[in-house]
Design a protein around this ligand. Structure first.
Ligand SMILES: [Fe+2]
Ligand SMILES: [Fe+2]
Length: 157
């Protein structure tokens, strides 16, 4: 349990729920970024982009460091596709960051990243997270819960 940081995700059932919640919050952070593109406040736009970027990078790094090495032994093709999509998402994020710096965020760029994110989330929810829930050592699950809960709190509300 993580009452000490205000979240309730028991490690024996935590990562699956927590990563799904994180996907949802990341998409909301993208919505907030989209809303900021209609405003005049460029600092607000940059802050929204940074929050979205930080959460995305942390989410993918946690999966790559703490789930994918073990998952690759079980499902190598699936793990490779997830890594490839992470690379694609980082590429799209970088492109979006350039547009933010230039103050000309294109609606298509946001739509593309949301589309990639949703398909990726559905794939992970269907297979990798249920596997991780059952097979990762308890200690790894506890570390993931702490790590992702920290990112979730930084995205709240
Ligand atoms: Fe992922
Ligand atoms: Fe994920």
């Amino acid at each position: 349990m993580l009452e000490h940081i205000g979240l309730d995700y028991p490690a024996n059932n935590g990562p699956r729920l927590l990563f799904a919640d994180h996907h949802e919050k990341i998409e909301k952070a993208c919505d907030a970024l989209r809303a900021a593109t209609y405003g005049e406040d460029s600092l607000e736009l940059i802050a929204r982009y940074r929050a979205f970027e930080r959460a995305m990078l942390e989410h993918m790094a946690a999966e790559e460091e703490q789930i994918l090495p073990a998952y690759a032994a079980e499902a190598p093709d699936e793990a490779a596709e997830i890594r490839a999509t992470h690379d694609e998402l980082r590429r799209q994020l970088y492109g979006l960051g350039v547009e933010v710096e230039l103050h000309c965020v294109r609606a298509e760029s946001l739509e593309q990243i949301v589309k990639t994110l949703r398909a990726h989330a559905a794939r992970e929810d269907a297979r990798m997270y249920p596997w991780a829930q059952v097979h990762l050592p308890l200690r790894t699950k506890e570390e993931l819960v702490t790590r992702i809960a920290r990112s979730l709190r930084s995205l709240a509300p």
